[in-house]
Write a protein that binds this ligand. Sequence first.
Ligand SMILES: [Zn+2]
Length: 262
Amino acid sequence: MTDGSTDSGTPGIPEHGEKKRRAVEPSPPARVMSIHAHPDDQEFTVGGTLAKWARAGSAIVTVCVTRGTGGSNRFTPPDMTRETLGPIREAEQRNACRVLGIPDVWFLDYQDGMLEATIALRRDLTRLIRRFRPDAVLCGDPTVRYYGSTYLNHPDHRVAADAALDAVFPSAGTRLIFPELLAEGLEPHEVRQVYIHGAERPDTFVDIAGTLDVKLAALREHRSQMGEWDPKEFLVEWAREQGVRAGLEVAEAYRHMTLEGP
Ligand SMILES: [Zn+2]
């Protein structure tokens, strides 16, 4: 999950047509939906932000598009089956959310490792957005194919992010897209803010100095994926890399969009 990118543009010169980087951290949204492909994606990427916002009173729900039944090459025993692993990873994600202060996790039962950006997935995410009615959605960056020279972005990550953004706009806010959702009593809802993690040109930085330890504790709940590996050094280093761009000791970095609607 490492963001090996060091390209943050030319120092002091804003990109053409873009405003200068925001210095002020956005205030916690009242209602937040955090959408990810697998159990543990959230804890690696945005856990510090969510813990901070939960403490500030945000209502947060986590959406996991798969149950993570693909496991990991390093730590999933060879005799493990998808059927056995699913409930384990689901429980680990619920425990991790509890650590972060998130009371609810919604799982969609798509297959780990085989995710496709289908209309069915977009509809399912649209349904959840209309039901929970978040002010802000957090997701990954579907445009990033690889990070640095050591990590190919997982196809499920790209697909989950793509479907999440397509559900935010235009599906969630447009009455006549997915009319079957109206029949379920789900009125359109316009999401105003999007926080995209893993973006190559982040413009917004959340200071996680007060919640990095919570992020670490939440990540450790994913025991079936960690084995003997202690993620502390990795997480701290990554948080420092993200913070340095904003003069923060440790941070989570985003492309932050405020949607103006149609
Ligand atoms: Zn993942």
